[in-house]
Design a protein. Sequence first.
Length: 211
Amino acid sequence: MTDPAPAFVVTEEQFEALFPERNPFYTYAGLVAATSAYPEFATTGGDEIARREAAAFLANVSHETHGLIHVTEVNTALYSHYCDPSQPYGCPAGQDAYYGRGPVQLSWNFNYKAAGEALGVDLLNDPWLVENDATIAWQTALWYWNTQPGTATMTCHEAMVGEHGFAETIRSINGPLECEGGNPRQMNNRVRLFRECVEVIGTTTGDNLTC
């Protein structure tokens, strides 16, 4: 009798090795549960590519959260900055309710609305779900990874399964601020984390690492 669902390419032991000081909020079980919302994530292109995509994802979220330590944005002075009042639905949870949360530090009222609609939860009215429910938190990260190109030409998922390189995930997540010399220290930290994740997970980096 076979397991109907493939196991996640990253084992719990590997996850713990990568994030020894992580916040207990970021559970392995929550990550695995979240992958059901995006079944193509870390399952596409054969084992090497699937593992490489998982490594790229975990490297980027590690960078965003300082090793899965921060659940909410550290700089509280910025919290009121993330309400775009020009949106017709406004900011029903409050002017200062749409600060960065979760593995990709989801922010802005329009992103909470779009992610919530994609995931079937009302994040526009209850953005706090992202800091209170580990599976939803991981799902917002996978929502961005699989569906949002940012200012780039492709999503992070497309970048990895199409073998365009880790550089294109940086471009999608924070390209205008880090690529083309914008902030090489930040970009290089993402690459360093990616190499570490690749080593632990057991795959290769591929080409085109820096943007």
